[in-house]
Each structure stands twice: as structure tokens, then as C-alpha cells.
Ligand binder design. Sequence first.
Ligand SMILES: Nc1ncnc2c1ncn2[C@@H]1O[C@H](COP(=O)(O)OP(=O)(O)OP(=O)(O)O)[C@@H](O)[C@H]1O
Length: 591
Amino acid sequence: MILAKLNHEQKLAVKQEGHVLLTACPGSGKTRVLIHKLAYNLSKLPENSKKRIAAVTFTVRASEEIFRRLNGIGINSNNIWSGTLHSFCFEWIIKPYSCYLPELSNGFAIADEAFCAELVSSLKDKYKLKQIDPVNFRINRDGSYVENKSIQQKLIAEYHSILISNKLIDFELILYYSYKLLVTYPNIQITLSNIFELICVDEYQDTQDLLYAIISVIIKAGNGKTSLFFVGDTDQAIYASLGGVAKSLQEIKAEIDNMPITHLTLTGNYRSSQRIIDFYSNFQTQKYQIHAVGKNAKEEGLITFNSDIHHSNIVDEIAKLIQLSLDTGIPENEICVLVPQWWLITIVTKKLRASLPGVSFDASGLAPMSKNRENIWYKLSRLLLTEPNPKIYSSRYRWATDLIDSFRVDTNTEFNELYKNERDLLRLINSIKSSEMEGIDYLNDCFDQFLQIIGIDQLKYPQLVEHRNLFFDNIDKRLNDDTFKVPSDIQSFKSFYREMTGVIINTCVGVKGEEFDTVISYGLLNGYVPHWNDIFSGRASDAAKKLLYVICSRAKKNLHLISEIGRTTKSGSDLGITPELKCIKFEYDVV
Ligand SMILES: Nc1ncnc2c1ncn2[C@@H]1O[C@H](COP(=O)(O)OP(=O)(O)OP(=O)(O)O)[C@@H](O)[C@H]1O
């Protein structure tokens, strides 16, 4: 029954036992298989089993989507853990076992990105590096730096020692310390392999070496008890310059001591028209035919490429294209505008809102509080900022569990008997209201009311105060950062948690795995796509092809590509059209 909506190949993939590597083209149903694999394996767990199934995703948005979809097919996801690799490591390794590491045994918090960026900037000045000089902060399995230039290495060493002396860890340290804890203490490996009967990794092609290292240690400790399910597409590997490695079957096998892995694939694309597929096949690195098999297969749609528009007119042009789709009956949330750099999201959204006042827009990913995800006040704020609604009941229930756990860790006490279970806690939180209009004032007011009702004097718990200060400091920095121009009113804060119903504005990385009737992508210029980092690291052509492949394969029917003119480098040279796009011979439509 669970598998009724899958084709034969997809069913086989779900039912395949043991370790599996599933690679297939865009739109072939990899995510669908992953969701059903979780549901299928869950259905086989005995009732009241303590076993867990993990789904490690590339973005937080993707893991929320997993829960939403499981909920949609009526699956109780209590035994599923899903989140990014960093949250997996933080929750299952760092939090429970940090006392074993001298660097973390006196307490720690996750460093805010803005704090790290400021620190790196001042260290670059100190070490006489230019602000644009890249520094690779990744750490190898043995603790050495991936970065090989000696000045940069000194900078990283000082950066780490400042973080540690401030009891802070960044994302790279979370991964490295997790790996170190795992290999130093085999009991942790064994415990995790006893907990997890299956570990799924989505978009494996973009994960970094330490992911393979961490997951394979757990798989090996399980010695057959824990299965691995890797899902991805090497043509969509767009993180190479940021450390992503698409390992081959042989390499993955070697990671798990040559245990057998079944390599499966899926054929056919259920998402896009054949015309769109034929267009983006130009950017394929492995040549094979992709056949459209879904309901859009025969759509003609529109495929346009504009390389004449001046960048000062770009918003009007995008607005025109959005209107064009709306006029053909495409709903707002089936239109996506892809910006070349994430900090442009809020600026472009603001301008488009002014240009199309009757259209709603959803700019995701820039919530001012999103950098505090492990902070207890973040966990409380997302419950305060969302309305009780049956559609998100299971998410809010999960967030309440998370809040109860964090409260226990931060205060060493339990919630008042009255609010000890999720339902009572949610009822309490739903009853809290504030008339404050500014996001920060609103949250502060709600936090105070919350503490008062549960009878907690935060001053008695230094960790609560420390985390509250950190939470608001981070928001404050984000709001005051001119680059982001994030709005500060409470409605904007709340809008980050609303279900997306408007035209989506995001980056290519932000919409990995998603699909839209119309995709509009601008900034297709050498220096943006591919990014300078790719150009400097000698991977320009490969990176450009893969980015274009991912961008174009999000579209079901219409695709509008723009390489605007008039954009320059800091030194004033013109940015040219991405060469891999420029050389394509295609009969574009004219609109
Ligand atoms: N067997 C099927 N029958 C009908 N529709 C399907 C089937 N399999 C997948 N789809 C639909 O095809 C679309 C693409 O599926 P999905 O997102 O799982 O592909 P994917 O392989 O993960 O794509 P990408 O690599 O681009 O993320 C979705 O709308 C999905 O619901």
C-alpha cells in the first residue's frame, strides 16, 4: 500500500535490503523513493521500537519537507530523525559526548556566522591578506587543514584558538570534533549503530569528505545492523569548490570496509517537458538520454535567453516574465526566481514587491533568527512565531519535544509538571500574545511571559541567560547588516515560517531538489555562474555546467535565462556571459 504510487524501479529501490547507492537523473523520483524508503522501513519497525531511521539532508528546508511529506502520506514520523549533517553531529555526538573532549568540556555554543565573518575579516587584516583572498577552513580527518598556504594556515589556527577561548565552535569544528569523538571512543560508534537501523543521505554528491568518514564509522560499527542509503546525481554536484565530493561506488565501498553495496538507478523524468530536458542535456557531464515520462512531457512551454538587457532594468524584466506566467494561469508558488548570490534575495524581493504590488513573494532562507538553530530561544521562538494549524501540527509537536529536551540540558531541571508533555506545552505557547510590533520586542515580551507562566527565574540559570543574549545579539547583527536589509517588524519575522504561497526568490543551492512550472534565472555571468571561487580553483567549466544543469532542471514548463549586461568586477572589467551558456545553439523563444 505504501508503495502504490511508485513505478517498478522505484519500488525495487525502496525494497532493496542492505547498503544502497541510488543515482539517477533529475526528476526521476529520487526524493520520492527516499520518502517511501523511510515510510517502508518505519512500517517494518516493531511497535514501540526505540530504533531510529536517519535522513541526512543538504538543507534544513529539505528535512522539513521530509517530515511534511511523511505527514502527508499519513506516516507517524516519531522514529525518524532528519536534519543536516551538522545537526546530526551536534545532536547525536557533540551534545551527548562533548564532556569527553577537553576543548568542549567547559561548555560551548555554536558561533554565529556574522561573528565568524568579522573575526576572519580582522584576522585577514592582521595577516596582511586581502579581504577577497579565499581561506579554506575545512579540516581533514587527521586534524590537519585542507588549506595548504602557510599564512592562511596560521590565520586558521588563531581563528580556532579564539573560538575555543570564547567557548564557541563553528560548523567545521562540529564535524571534525564529531569524527574525533567517534574514532577515539568506539562505544559512541556502537551506541549510534544500535540506535540507527538505517541512515539515508540525500544529495550525497555534494557532501564533504567528513560526512563519508562519520557515517561510515557508524556503518562499520553496526557490522550489518545499520544500513546505508545514499541518494544523488553526480551531474548535480555543485559544491566542489566548497568541499563537496561525489565519491564513486568503489570509493564508498572502500569507506565501509568493502561491504557489498547495491548500485541502483531510475530512468525517466516525471518533472519536465522533453524540450526543457533536451535543452539542459547540453550541460550533462555524463552523456545519456533522459526521457520525459510525466504529465509535462509534451509541453512546448517557453525557453528564452536574454543577453541584451542592462542590469539596471533587470527587475522590470523579471516582473514582466512573472506576469507572463501568471497570465497563462500558473500559480504564484509555481514560479521561482533564482538570484546568483544569496545576499541579493531580500533586495530583489523588495524591488519586485514594489514592481508587482498585487503578487506575493516568498524570500526564504534569510530569517534573522535562523543562525541560532541549536539555541533554546530559537526553538521557543519558532513555536511562538507559527500559528497552530493542523497542517504543521506534527512539525510543531516535534519542535515542542526539542524544546523540552533543550530545557532539560540548559537548566538541568524538568518543565513544571503542568507543561511536561508536548500538548500542554503547545497549548501554553499558543496562549501567549504580545502587542509589540518589532520582532525583537515581540519575542522578548513573549519569552518573559513564557518564563513567568512556567515559573522559571532565568537568572538562576546562566546558560539560559547566555543563550538568550546570544540569540538576540545575532538577530541584531543580522538586522543591522546593510548587506541583507532584513526587515525588523514582527510580521516579517513570522513570514519566515509561513507556508510558501507566493513567487519564490532563492538561490540555486536553496532550491536543490525542488521544482517549479516556471524558472527565471538571472546573473548567468562569468564570476557568478561559475563563481570566482570555481574560476580560481580551475574548475570553471565543470562548475558552470553543473550549476546550469541544476538551475534548468528545476523547471517543468518554462525556463527564462538572463545574462544581463553592464555588470563589472570591482576593478571595472565587464562580466561576460557564462561561456558554457554562450556556446549553446538553441532556437530560443522570443517574448
Ligand atoms: N512514479 C511516479 N509517478 C508520478 N510522478 C512521479 C513518480 N515519481 C516521481 N514523480 C514526480 O516527479 C517529480 C520529481 O520527483 P523527485 O523530486 O522525487 O525527483 P528527483 O529525482 O529527486 O529530482 P532532483 O534530482 O531534481 O531533485 C515530482 O513531482 C514527483 O512527485
